[in-house]
Design a protein around this ligand. Structure first.
Ligand SMILES: *Cc1c(COP(=O)(O)O)cnc(C)c1O
Length: 480
């Protein structure tokens, strides 16, 4: 494809394909059931020597690739946390790809930097975060959490760790709950702190960090000569969306001068609803905060909003200005490559801008409330069945539950039963659930957060879950 007119022709064809895809998305099996190697074997070992036509590319995309895709935008996708998208987001992404700008500095595309500043301010206002927070877009929450821990490391060593390495530093300690995301562990490993120095604080019966246990651990560590560095509080854990008590944790962190980072990767979007602002109690003692518009704010992957109070510490942690990147203006503008790990940066603010404008605050709130409402209906349906039980509070739109027939009380049998149930449900191709373990129990997770999901989808999903469990139950009775 070498000519603009050829591009125009296939571009139109592609947009038609995408529109049909969205229209017919429920016809595809939600989860790909391919065996390992099935796609790889269909790709020639060597790259083509001669140009191939766009017709062939599209045909092979449909034949080879599509069957190996899991359809994350299906309204029947309830697994993990979503990576939801939307029509305006896809349009924004098309323009980003078209311009293909590398937005490392203000100068390399002023609009990219300034739009990022503006939409990060919009998001800050939408979520009720304090005015002294400044936002930057990162590729993911894992990266944002790593940036927070690195910034804490530098701030509390007067930037010496960056210069001398970690050898002359006392062993640092990082704290999070036993339910915190694995990205915290990854971050302490990368930051040179070591995963042995990540202290996992016990949780209570609703899976929230117990602040007294945090303070005990800090005091113990101080007595042993460690340097308590950072606490990562969860605003919505991955397993069950448990919310850690921010106010109590903040008081403890400021008492011992510890950086407090909040990981709100999924649930942070709920702050757009005033009825969830209770989660911000204590935010004034927070140093940094991350949530993912690419999870539950209709903006396609990747787009993670990272907010930090001390931007100077952040920039001093990452800033490098080699000669070939120097420009006369760089004192007066933001060069976002100095605000994180990546030098080269995609123009991610554009799709977010399209999303926020195209939906508007009211429609965003309506959709988030819809998702939360559908999840509460699901919880009610589950509550009515004596052979099912809810395993965690439903605070947002994630329902954690399991199949638990009265006759079965052995935990291992229940684990096996639910594992099989999950496999059977996903094998139907009509919906996709995932699992976790809560208090040792194999737990089914159903997240209602796909952009265009409706009540009828959730109802249909529950009927599938129920029918599959009935089948298993009848088999179980027969075998007794
Ligand atoms: C999903 C998730 C993450 C990781 O997010 P990425 O953007 O994929 O790095 C971190 N923390 C929590 C609580 C999550 O749910």
């Amino acid at each position: 494809m070498e000519h603009a007119e050829e591009f125009r022709k296939y571009g139109h064809q592609m947009v038609d394909w995408i529109s049909d895809y969205f229209k017919n998305i429920e016809k595809y099996p939600v989860k790909s059931n391919l065996e390992p190697g099935q796609v790889f074997r269909q790709i020639p070992e060597n790259p083509p020597e001669k140009p191939e036509t766009a017709d062939r590319l599209l045909a092979d995309f449909e034949k080879i690739i599509l069957p190996g895709m899991t359809h994350w935008q299906s309204p029947n996708f309830y697994a993990y946390f979503p990576a939801n998208s939307s029509y305006p987001s896809v349009l924004g992404e098309m323009l980003t790809a078209a311009m293909g700008a590398q937005c490392m500095k203000w100068e390399t595309s002023p609009a990219a930097t300034e739009l990022e500043e503006a939409v990060m301010n919009w998001l800050r206002k939408m979520t009720g975060l304090p005015e002294n927070f400044t936002g930057v877009i990162q590729d993911g929450a894992s990266t944002a959490t790593l940036c927070a821990i690195l910034t804490a490391r530098e701030k509390y060593t007067a930037f010496r760790a960056n210069h001398e390495g970690m050898n002359r530093q006392p062993a640092m300690r990082v704290y999070c709950s036993a339910e915190a995301h694995s990205s915290v562990e990854k971050a302490v490993k990368i930051a040179g702190i070591g995963k042995d120095n990540l202290v996992k604080i016990p949780v209570d019966e609703v899976f929230s960090l117990i602040p007294e246990k945090l303070e005990e651990a800090i005091i113990r560590d101080l007595q042993s000569g460690y340097k308590p560095l950072c606490t990562v509080a969860a605003m919505g854990t991955t397993s069950s969306t448990a919310v850690d008590p921010l106010e109590d944790i903040g008081l403890i962190c400021s008492r011992y001068s510890i950086w407090l980072h909040v990981d709100a990767a999924f649930s942070g979007s709920a702050l757009i609803l005033p009825e969830y602002r209770w989660m911000l109690t204590g935010i004034e003692r927070v140093d940094s905060f991350v949530f993912n518009p690419h999870k539950w704010l209709f903006t396609n992957f990747d787009c993670s909003a990272y907010y930090v109070k001390d931007t100077e510490a952040l920039i001093n942690t990452f800033k490098l200005v080699p000669e070939y990147l120097k420009s006369q203006l760089h004192e007066h503008v933001n060069d976002f490559s100095n605000w994180g790990i990546q030098l080269g940066r995609r123009f991610r603010a554009l799709k977010l801008w399209f999303v926020l404008r195209s939906f508007g605050l009211n429609e965003i709130q309506k959709r988030l409330r819809g998702h939360i409402h559908f999840a509460s209906l699901l919880k009610q349906w589950i509550d009515l069945e004596k052979n099912f039980e809810i395993l965690a509070p439903v605070t947002f739109n994630l329902v954690c539950f399991r199949f638990h027939p009265e006759e079965i009380n052995n935990e291992e049998d229940l684990d096996r039963l639910n594992e099989t149930l999950l496999k059977e449900i996903n094998r139907t191709g009509k919906m996709y659930l995932s699992h976790t373990r809560l208090a040792g129990k194999y737990t089914l997770r159903m997240v209602v957060a796909q952009t265009y999901v409706e009540e009828q989808h959730v109802h249909k999903a529950w009927k599938i879950i129920y029918a599959k469990s009935e089948e298993m139950y009848q088999n179980f009775i027969k075998n007794e």
